[in-house]
Every structure is written in structure tokens, then in C-alpha cells.
Design a protein around this ligand. Sequence first.
Ligand SMILES: NC(=O)c1ccc[n+]([C@@H]2O[C@H](COP(=O)([O-])OP(=O)(O)OC[C@H]3O[C@@H](n4cnc5c(N)ncnc54)[C@H](O)[C@@H]3O)[C@@H](O)[C@H]2O)c1
Ligand SMILES: [Zn+2]
Length: 407
Amino acid sequence: MKALRWHGTGKVSVDTVDDPQILDPHDCIIKTTLTAICGSDLHLYDGYIPTMAAGDILGHEFMGEVVEVGSAVHTLTKGDRVVVPFPIACGHCHYSTREETPLCDTSNRNGEIQAEAYGYAAAGIFGYSHMLGGFDGGQAEYVRVPYADVGPLKVPESLTDEQVLFLTDIYPTGYQAAVNCDITEGDTVVVWGCGPVGLFAQISAAMLGANVIGIDRFPERLRMAEQFAGATTIDYSDEDVFEKLKELNDGRGPNACIDAVGMEAHGMGVSGAAQKVEQTLRLQTDRGTALIEAIQSCGKGGVVSIPGVYGGVMNHVNMGAAFGKGLTFKMGQTHVHKYIKDLLGHIEAGELDPSYIITHKAPLAKAPEMYETFRDKEDDCVKVVLDPSWDDDHEVEVRTQKVDADA
Ligand SMILES: NC(=O)c1ccc[n+]([C@@H]2O[C@H](COP(=O)([O-])OP(=O)(O)OC[C@H]3O[C@@H](n4cnc5c(N)ncnc54)[C@H](O)[C@@H]3O)[C@@H](O)[C@H]2O)c1
Ligand SMILES: [Zn+2]
């Protein structure tokens, strides 16, 4: 089969590899019908996630058709059309039964590597380093899915792949980020980042009753925040974020701040440059410009909710500000299994159409160029989906009309 593989920082290619096999009676094999590139994949592409190996297959946002099931799988049969949550969970450990699936005790077969760094091991994740299990990812024609009775969710024929694909990750991720803000009707929730995760956090916070403010510097992303979530927006390259948020919130600051940026945050001026230097010199693993600003900007007694991914240690975090203002922190990989059914219900009810955020659709063969376009935010790129059934030379479909729509 064809699969997108990582070969080092900034190097990916589509290669021919062996088809996946059933390795355990609880596995199934899925023929991928649609897969996406995530901001989390950029952390791998840019070389910031340890324990990657040349040849690893990437991708954790994928869906498709079940083509083979192991002898112990009861809930799926050949031909089922499913979306697959990105965390892999066994379904019966302490954390799985609490629906805290990214904390599963069982699924990460290399858990000892992570436990050494973090104290305890978290779950395995598709296509996300050996520390997280070394599982092949879904930017491929076929994928092996372990614990097939636990993760994959059947989706109704009435919805297209594009409408349900983001249930695998970014829609639940944005939703959990908003839920973690403990929103009361009329609260102000500020979201750093208007990428896919930030956009889903904004629309979810708005649906939970918040007034939403979105921050970014790319005009097309700011415009999408306004159109998709009804957000007020701030271009941080143009305005002082702290002062602006103070002004917009009666001098008190927002009730909750969501960091939907993570470890590769861009920063302005000298402090932004210093962050980059410290990360390059390995004086810190993560650049926390957005998180640092969120902590500073958050109103007293507020919540800082962090869906953005962090890998290790970070400088310049003002714990005194967090402590002095009595802030609450909530963060982590998303409990996709917990939210996926309810969120499918919202899509079925027509409350939102997640496919809105797709700006680029391409054949799998063009994944390497799409990684570059997405990383560099070229061509107004916000979200890339890859269709493995498209011919290798199929033209990239660019949906600027949706972003530009001035409605
Ligand atoms: N917790 C989870 O389970 C989970 C799931 C999916 C993605 N993520 C993480 O969420 C983050 C965002 O993912 P994405 O797909 O939206 O990525 P993305 O790269 O498309 O979006 C990030 C956005 O942040 C903006 N940004 C950068 N620096 C900023 C700053 N200082 N202030 C404000 N905005 C800034 C960028 O311009 C960009 O639009 C990543 O860290 C990703 O790994 C986490
Ligand atoms: Zn993702």
C-alpha cells in the first residue's frame, strides 16, 4: 500500500510499504477513505517530538471502511463505515472505564519510555512517535486499528466523510477545551490560535453560551473565526493583546483563556526571538509565547484551558501570576471517546458543518507538498484533507471561496 512516512525533520514521502495485518484478535483493518493533516503532525514534521524513527507512518485523523476484523471483534463487520478516535484505549483499564481514554494504562506498549520522562505512561496514539506506542498512522491506504470494539464509531450514510472526519480529533479537542472553561452564559472566552483546533474551540465555546474572542495573525484564519464562530478577533501582530483584552472586558480580563497554539508558538519582537533561540539551543523544549500571554491576560479566578500540545520544559512561565490570580489549569490530549457520540449528534442535527474549515483537498501522493503548505500557512491553507482514492496526479482542490466569502 501507499503511506506517508516520516524520514527526519521536514522530510516526509509517500512510499510503498507492506499492507497492515491483523496482529491481535481485537484488531480490525480499515481502508482509509479520508484522512487529515493536524497541527500536531507539524510538531513531528518540525522535529520537536522525541522518539520518532525514520520510516514511521504518520496520521491520527482518519476514517474509512472496515475491510477485515479479528476473531474477537464483536461490534464491527466488514463494510462498516467508521471514524476512529486518535487515542488508542483498551476499554477496560481504570482510565478507559472513566472515559479518560488518552490516559489508558494498557495501549501504550512503550509506556516505560514515557513513564521515565513523565512519571506515568499515557495511552498509545496513532502515528505519534515510539514513546506513544509506535503505532502506524492513518495517512495511508490501510490502517490497523487495535481494540476495534472500543474506538471506531459507525457513522450514518446521510453524512459525508468531510462532515464526520473531524470527530476523530479536532472537533472533540476544541469542544473539550471549551468544556474545560466551565462556561456560564455570557462569560468571555478568549482563544489563542485560529487554526482548526482554535476554530472548533471557538464554535464550541459560543455554543455553550460564551462571548468569544479569537487571536491570530493570519487574516484568512481571523476571518474564519468571525464567520464560523461569530468571534470578535484580535490580530496580535497589530495590537497589544493584554491591553486589548483588558479593554474588551471592562478592565477585568476574560473569564477563561484557551491556548490552541502549543509548543511552536510564534512570538513578536525580541521576546519572540529569544523563545526560538532557547528552543533551538535546547534550553527549553517548548516555546510558550501564547500560553504565557494567556496566563498574564486571564482575569482573576479564571481558567486556562490548554489543548495546544506541549512536550517538555518551558521557560518564562509566570507561576506567580497564575497563583496570585487564583487560576485553574486544565489540559491534555482529548478524551475523544467520551464526546464523539454527542458531537456526531450535533452534526446530524445540522447545528454545525465541520467541513467548513477544509481549505485544501489532495490525493495522498501530494501529502508531502501539503505538509509544507500547511506548515508555512501558504495559499490561505487552514485544513488539509487527503483522499487516498484520488489518482496521484489529481489536482489539489483549493476552497478559497469559503474563506473569502464576505457573507
Ligand atoms: N489536546 C489535543 O488532544 C490536541 C488535538 C489536536 C491538536 N492539538 C494541538 O493544538 C494545537 C493547534 O493545532 P492546529 O491544528 O489548530 O494547528 P495550526 O498550526 O493550524 O494552528 C495554530 C495557530 O496558532 C497561531 N499562533 C501561533 N502563535 C500564536 C500566538 N503567539 N498567539 C496567537 N496565535 C498564534 C498560528 O498562526 C496558527 O493559526 C497544536 O499544538 C496541536 O498539536 C491538540
Ligand atoms: Zn490531530
